[in-house]
Design a protein around this ligand. Structure first.
Ligand SMILES: [Zn+2]
Length: 227
């Protein structure tokens, strides 16, 4: 068993080739439980698009004094060392990191990592969508599913996302080991009528599962019954 590096990057856009990292946070968890962190803003040497600032709160001014990727590339690469990368939609982050390493003549990370998005899809194929969850397998939706919303602010910054990622990973692991109990099937495997992911709403202090096909599972007993 190797140590794990939980990671998240914020970027100027979606293309690993033409966009750049503007913020990176890495949290290494050793086998004995020790942790080590690496954080940096990164000056992408190009304007940050408005839509990215809206999501992340990071603008040109935020990164003006930050190091460029060339200044921190080898530090980032050596932080990973032989550790196993863990991310939510890991391939996205790894593409950006590997392009960065490649541009700076450093060894790329081979893609054997742990992707919590893949694990989530396997364990909860049609996870119900919580109010404000954004979609079945969004990190935020998993946050609501595991009841972690009180601990985590509504931020979209690398550091908060990684802290949430660690908790989500641990909950997925516990669930896979049967230590979290069971959920009603309609919550995790979709509408019993049409198979789509259901929407969870809170009404009169009761949770209801509602589907776009009109099926509505009103009380817990019924949800359980159908599950
Ligand atoms: Zn349905």
């Amino acid at each position: 068993m190797k140590s794990l590096v939980f990671l998240d990057v914020e970027t100027t856009g979606l293309s690993a080739k033409s966009d750049r990292i503007i913020e990176i946070y890495l949290l290494k968890v050793f086998i004995n439980g020790d942790v080590q962190e690496y954080y940096s803003l990164v000056n992408p040497k190009r304007p940050i698009p408005k839509r990215i600032t809206q999501i992340t709160g990071i603008d040109d001014e935020t990164v003006r004094e930050a190091p460029t990727e060339t200044e921190i590339a080898s530090k980032i690469r050596s932080f990973f060392d032989q550790a196993v990368p863990v991310g939510h939609n890991l391939a996205f982050d790894l593409r950006f990191l590997n392009e960065l390493f490649h541009r700076n003549q450093l060894a790329t990370i081979n893609n054997h990592g742990i992707d919590t998005l893949v694990i989530s899809k396997k364990l909860f194929p049609k996870l119900c969508i919580y109010p404000d969850g954004g979609g079945s397998h969004r990190l935020k939706n998993l946050m609501y599913h595991f009841g972690l919303e009180k601990e985590f602010a509504n931020s979209h910054r690398a550091k908060d996302d990684v802290k949430l990622l660690v908790q989500v990973y641990r909950h997925l692991e516990r669930y896979a080991q049967g230590r979290l109990g069971q959920y009603p099937l309609a919550m995790t495997h979709g509408c019993p009528e049409c198979g789509k992911a259901m929407n969870l709403i809170n009404r009169n202090e009761r949770r209801e599962l509602v589907c776009s096909c009109q099926l509505r599972l009103v009380d817990k007993a019924k949800v359980n019954h159908i599950g």
